[in-house]
Design a protein around this ligand. Structure first.
Ligand SMILES: [Fe+2]
Length: 450
């Protein structure tokens, strides 16, 4: 007996020792800058916003940056800027959120940067400012990541970046997370899902309804964690800064509309006036509009009517080529009574819905995790939707003719559509919606043949 106790004691001591070490290491990890990401608050050719989070006794944060060199001996050229640091208490404790907008940068120039304070610094990472010139480039577009982010949502982000390390930014069409007010299982999973890619490739995002859902139910107020985590432009209508905004990247304009914003009827009117102005005044080559809610409901149990007729009319009036959305947890692409825009609806995460086969759909997909590459050049856009495995699922081009007219063309030989009903389909949907699925699917495929 004595012998066995003597054997156990060293193990207990070791176990306690290890536990203490783990705790200490965890707190050091939290004190170190993390959730580091790039975005744009002002012009991408001359500025770069960087945001991050720490749990530290010292609330201040700094960024050190320098024009990048292959040589690691760049100390003497480093510039240092203090961040705007705000404390916020969420369900997992008190954090400091730090934000810097580096300005007066040189266009088309790589910079190295790190963030931190005292002896707690991130690693050095690089970003490159936009050229401001008209030249071919691509960006990535993702639908909702939202749920099971760590377990399954992450693979879409990682595969997309691995396949496109030269993408200029990653555009998220809302519902990046499920509970916007919670870090646990939400932001604490989303940022590590992008990992160090977010330190090198800027994020652009429009808020979804779940960024307006703090904890349990929708409140309509956007989560404070939106403005704490990201730095987006404040060039939108008053009261919707960093939610409804635009970014001009080289020859394109990306317009984000927060379709979940808690705004008055008067503010809604102001938003339409603002949208018309930013559509009309742009003299570059291509406009993309992104908002979270697909222009019409598509999940099988949702209202299929047009959600935003006033916005739709403006998008048609100004012949916006492409509208990038989410919310339906499935894939769809089509036009709605006009040649343009082409409406895309996509989903990056594993939470999936069954589809209703609305008349406007030209290509549909269900039960798949997807990402999209959008290739931009002066006279052509090429849109490619790929599965998480990198297989092309949908692709089309929009070409600008010499007279300015746009021409849409689907890429030939696309694979057969995946129209598999979602898991638990029979449990989650009304019996009528389940019963009519097969007939609707056949009717849809028939319509497309004609
Ligand atoms: Fe949503």
């Amino acid at each position: 007996m004595k012998k066995s106790i003597a054997l156990v004691i060293p193990f207990l001591i070791l176990a306690f020792h290890c536990q203490g070490q783990i705790k200490e290491n965890n707190s050091l990890l939290e004190q170190l800058p993390h959730h580091i990401k790039l975005s744009w608050e002002t012009a991408p050719e001359t500025s770069q916003a960087v945001t991050w989070r720490t749990r530290a006794d010292e609330p201040k944060g700094y960024i050190e940056y320098v024009e990048a060199t292959a040589s690691p001996f760049f100390e003497e050229h480093i510039k240092k800027v203090q961040a705007i640091s705000r404390s916020y208490t969420s369900e997992d404790g008190i954090w400091y959120y730090h934000s810097v907008n580096l300005q007066n940068l040189k266009p088309n120039t790589p910079y190295s940067y790190r963030v931190g304070n005292k002896d707690l610094w991130s690693e050095w990472s690089e970003f490159k400012t936009a050229t401001g010139q008209n030249e071919p480039f691509k960006f990535l577009y993702f639908g909702d990541v939202q749920r099971y982010i760590h377990s399954l949502g992450s693979r879409t982000l990682r595969q997309a970046v691995l396949a496109n390390p030269d993408a200029k930014f990653m555009l998220f069409a809302g519902d990046l997370i499920h509970r916007g007010g919670l870090n646990t299982e939400n932001w604490n999973e989303f940022f590590p899902a992008g990992g160090w890619a977010f330190q090198n490739i800027p994020i652009m995002a429009t808020p979804g309804n779940h960024e307006h859902t703090w904890v349990a139910k929708e409140t309509k107020e956007i989560t404070p964690l939106w403005n704490l985590n990201f730095a987006f432009p404040k060039n939108g209508p008053k009261g919707q800064e960093e939610q409804t905004y635009y970014v001009d990247y080289n020859n394109i304009r990306i317009i984000s509309l927060d379709t979940s914003a808690k705004i008055t009827a008067a503010q809604q009117q102001e938003t339409y006036v603002w949208l018309e102005k930013v559509l009309k005044e742009f003299d570059g080559d291509w406009i993309f509009v992104t908002f979270h809610h697909a222009m019409a409901g598509l999940a099988r149990n949702r209202n299929p009517d047009i959600r935003f007729p006033e916005i739709k009319a403006l998008l048609e009036k100004y012949k916006v080529p492409m509208v990038l959305t989410g919310h339906e947890h499935l894939y769809a692409r089509g036009r709605m009574g006009a040649d343009f825009p082409i409406y895309a609806v996509s989903v990056a995460g594993p939470y999936q819905n069954a589809i209703q086969f609305s008349d406007w759909i030209e290509r549909a997909g269900t039960t798949m995790q997807l990402y999209q590459e959008i290739h931009v050049s002066e006279n052509q856009l090429k849109y490619v939707s790929k599965t998480v495995l990198g297989d092309v699922y949908d692709a089309f081009t929009i070409t600008k003719r010499s007279n300015g007219e746009l021409q849409f063309e689907e890429v030939p030989n696309l694979p057969a559509e995946s129209l598999v009903p979602t898991k638990d389909f029979e449990k989650r949907y009304d019996r009528e919606l389940v019963k009519s699925y097969e007939a609707d699917r056949i009717k849809y495929l028939q319509r497309k043949k004609e």
